[in-house]
Ligand binder design. Sequence first.
Ligand SMILES: [Zn+2]
Length: 503
Amino acid sequence: MASLKVLFILFDGAEWDVINPLLKRGELPHLAKFMREGSHGSLRSLDGTALASPILWTSMASGKLPYKHGIKDFYDTANAVRCVRLWEIFEHEQLSIGLFGHLLTWPPRPTKGFIIPDWCARTPETFPPEFGFINSLNENKDWQHLLSSGLRSMKHGMRPATALVCVREALREKLFHPQRLDSYYRQRLVQLGIHVDLFVSLLRRYQPYFSVFYTGLPDAVHHQYWQYLEPEKFPNVPKPEVERYGGVIPEIYQRLDRVLERLLRETSPETLVVIASDHGGEANCEEEYRWADIHTENFIEALKLKGLMTAFRVGRKVYLRLRNSATPLGSTEEVAAFIRQAVFAASAHPVFEVEVTGEREMTVETVYLKEELEGQSLRFPDGRLVPVEQVLRLTPRISGNHSMNGILLLRGPNVKKDCEITGASLLDVVPTTLALVGRAVGRDMDGRVLTDAIEPHYLETQPVKYIDSYDQLLGKVTNETIEDSDLGMETVKKRLEDLGYIN
Ligand SMILES: [Zn+2]
């Protein structure tokens, strides 16, 4: 397809430490070939912010730090993005774009091409509108659901082979009622198969100049199955479970390798292909001390701030955000003080460390927990006693967590071959892409052009150009409105719970 000039393949959470042993064993042949044909390296995520995908992908897509783009959590929408993202630069040139699953693309808007929003979308809308059914694929549901969404994909480009897998999995669900860990990754593999089919069909139909394919699969399976990948890092992982689920994460990566091959078939030697993750993955264990997971929804309820505060958890920290500056507990500082003063009723030891991180934001984590928590109560400053188990959980809900380094791989015209890039940050992806397609780089971007990955001859003949700001050029209006309606909020929460970010 000659017209596809730039293709981003985004694997949320993909991690070199998982990839490298598989590469060594020859189990990711297409990725290995891609590495020989281009440049690759670690991609440093952002310091000083929650390692949360909406924040990170927006930084990657804009080349800007979070204080410039304004995105704070999973509850934001595209309306809250305060700067230009890469595809808008191409749209400004009247070029067509195709976005599939990129975070913060809801609500979708008309464009020359397609916009299929991400798993945090509040409603099923897409552009063009007939793809609304894709949204319902983002949930694990029963076999009827699997079957019906699969069948609806048929007329939009799902291949017969994928349809067969869909029917097979639906039957498995119906006949064997598998446990959650058995069906979780299998259903997601079915979704991925359907997504890839639909994306390829959309690519062929719209022939976009710039396109993105995003999948959250690596991150989702890291959260759920990491203890089986590295059982030695966790206390008491049952051996039969290790045998049963130890191969899930490698299997997912092998599948992504085949997805890569399929997507690359839609490119030409003229296409710049960028493969990236926003952060990596690692075992969610802290051996030197014990800590407890905060049950986010119960915690908010215990504060009597239900509906007034949103939360998500990454690792030890819970990130809280007030939806209004005034609450029954007072200002942000007063809410923070209230949480700080909560104690274990028996010992009067404090329970939470709180840091105010913004005008309406704070992070909370549990302090060193020597006490045996079972049967104890927490006492809040207003005198209320709440059972510990209602708010805290001693065993973390998820066994895989986000790590600081993701992956970056580039291939295409003027990209160096078989080259290792060092020191790349996710802020560098957009400046580097712009340089490689002969566009100016914004001086207000926080990343740099990764010149180490570019052929010197190209840089000599096409020196990097600069422009003050695409935000100014495109007349991007700083939009301070926050999506504070409850529309679709329950759907978003359900998906966050499924991944382990809340509750
Ligand atoms: Zn994650």
